[in-house]
Design a protein around this ligand. Sequence first.
Ligand code: 5GP
Length: 208
Amino acid sequence: MYEKNGVVLVLSGPSGAGKSSLINEIADDIGDYYFSISTTTRPMREGEEEGVHYHFVSNEEFAKDIEENNFLEYALVHGNYYGTSLKPVREALNKGKLVIFDIDVQGNTAVNNRLGDITTSVFITPPTLSELKKRLLSRSTDSIEVIQKRIKMAKREIQRTSEYDFVIVNDDFEMAADVLKQIAKTARIKIPTDKINEFVQKWEDIEQ
Ligand code: 5GP
């Protein structure tokens, strides 16, 4: 019943919520995982690297990927396209890994529609809107226009937190990291529907 099978952990929340820092913090304690690197048409930010933070592509290349059905899901976020490539995710799942996605609320809906029975979802947020504004401004990697767009988006996204299995308020970093670690460990033992059905079948057989 508890044999190794691939599972998904979706992380969503406004930019500035601390998703990347939290993942880095718990990386050594959650076993074998694969962090999905998305493809995006957004311009590269200072400090970002191709193939590390994202695969940065043109609108034409992105459109080609859509046409060739290369995405598990994709969405338009803050005016740029972001997508999760299917192939590496499928490979990681086949190897029984914990596959982690940092995707928006639209992506969470799409992943749940396709892989709901092996997915655990977490919404991560700063404690308040003013704290989010403060973090985005101090990060200063984006223009004021982009920051305003992100704040508007965050106000919309927060309305959909109830669609997630868990919500983490990233106020106390250590505590937030500890909660995320526990969730990641629990996500690992989520059992896909076909395995449950198989187990029930066998369990009934033993009874006979
Ligand atoms: P950023 O531009 O700050 O890196 O990301 C902006 C938003 O896009 C974040 O909310 C992030 O979770 C989301 N995002 C990143 N990659 C993907 C993806 O592949 N699919 C979807 N649906 N959203 C993504």
